[in-house]
Design a protein around this ligand. Structure first.
Ligand code: ZN
Length: 88
């Protein structure tokens, strides 16, 4: 069964394991929004199914340089992991 890897905030991923930028990670609520979303609103790409309270940044624009969000990147396989994991 194919499992889509979860995007992770770039600062938590080792530089050699950072893949493509998939979205925007909100540090306040841990939700990832699509890459081209201009503001913290609407349906997230990835996040909790049930959020008890709205994020304090709900509706805020993803301004470059704002410190409450960062790019969410694809996590590449560890170089130490075997690369010959053929499908069975
Ligand atoms: Zn948020």
């Amino acid at each position: 069964m194919y499992r889509n890897p979860d995007p992770a905030p770039a600062s938590r991923v080792a530089p050699e394991r950072r893949g493509a930028v998939l979205g925007k990670f909100c540090r306040a609520c841990g939700t990832v929004y699509p890459k081209f979303r201009g503001r913290h609103a609407g349906k997230p790409l990835h996040g909790k199914d049930h959020i008890a309270s709205p994020c304090s940044h709900e509706g805020d624009p993803f301004d470059p340089g704002a410190d409450w969000w960062e790019p969410a990147v694809e996590v590449l396989p560890s170089p130490a992991a075997p690369a010959d994991a053929a499908p069975s």
